[in-house]
Design a protein around this ligand. Sequence first.
Ligand code: TYD
Ligand code: MG
Length: 456
Amino acid sequence: MARSKIVYECSECGYESGKWNGRCPSCGAWNSFEELKQATSAKSGKTRKTADLSDEILELSEIDVNTDVRYKTGIGELDRVLGGGLVKGSIVLLGGAPGIGKSTLLLQICQFLGENYSILYVSGEESARQIKLRAQRLSVDTESLYILTVTDAEAICDTIASSTPDIVIIDSVQTMSIPEITSSPGSITQVRECTNLFMNTAKRLEIPIIVVGHVNKDGAIAGPKVMEHIVDAVLYFEGERNYSFRVLRTVKNRYGSTNEIGVFDMQDKGLREVENPSEMLLSGRPENVSGTCVTCTMEGQRPILTEIQVLAAKSGFSAPRRMSKGFDFNRMTIIIAVLEKRADLFFGTLDVYMNVVGGFRIDETAGDLAVALCLYSSIVDKPVDKKTIAIGEIGLGGEIRAVSNIIQRVREAERMGFSTCIVPKQSLPALRESGVKIRIIGVSDINQAFSFFNRK
Ligand code: TYD
Ligand code: MG
């Protein structure tokens, strides 16, 4: 027999407790506990009734997979990130900070999808009129786009079941709610239950659903990490609001690789795909200015060239300032410490400001060598040759260590017209074999890299 047990749950982080708390012991939020009724099976000595499901077991070979289950969205960058298109019956979460362009992207794909499929766009954030105005701006005029502006998740699922559109877009999950649940929309319970409801609908009716989720200031999808477990694919739309450059990343994908990114440029008429991100990121480089250097980072399987800039200026404070944008702050301080110890440079009286151009973010260590060259170049006030690129990780001993995919990175530099490539010495044999034509300089520690720089 089922017995009802009362538990309290934090609406911010989902922490469960047997008693009500004024402050959540897990996330520290005040007044966030809400009552949650949970049915638990009574602990009795009764043996569990067993059911024989051996008829339900399937042989792998007899499972039928329809070959035509992916809907192309018409935006190549998005299709690639999805692993070749939107899978029938899947639920995709599109996360991103408010204002980054999620609604814009989804409305844009409606134009192409609308040629063959009917789309239901459920918005809890904007009025039908606002959506129409945006569609006009984006030149979306397909006849098969239907707008619904409600926030009751159950009603939405019933509507989906009765009107059976081919594709559903829900913008956004934080505005949706189930009336029976007392907590407010956007709370962890609501978001989780709504996602579950949408997932069941997607699977049952075999209709793909794209759900928009806002990201809070910590960068996690607001409230629930649980949501990521429920859905089939999680895409993050990232970028700096003040820049037009946007990157779409996969964090999870049950139907494809997570090693893909899509690159977009936000323009006045919506998002434009960027097929050649390196070119875009390198446009407008300053000439003959010290403290800038180009490096190549891998975004999934894609090599992308980006420019790093450093300004080391005399500090007016006793404790000099360090600032970094687009590059890990701690990594930058480590590199500065290594340069002080191993290359006799002194940063104790200098403020150091660092920036990766275009609002781009470098997440890997392959940019270390370029950062070191920027720092050095800024201190001696001599520019790095503008056709030189540096790739390599710096160890605490000042050594330059090998990085993955070096051939791909060097090829990208070659393609973009660079003439010299400074790489870790260990990578030389592989590069020679690969037949790249660009001039390769192998260095084993930072001092070698700096002496090459000084010779030029
Ligand atoms: P939006 O898609 O509403 O963001 P989200 O749904 O992720 O919250 O994007 C809004 C931003 O995009 C807004 O700041 C203006 C900008 N934008 C353009 O620059 N060009 C356009 O054509 C559109 C529609 C929006
Ligand atoms: Mg929006």
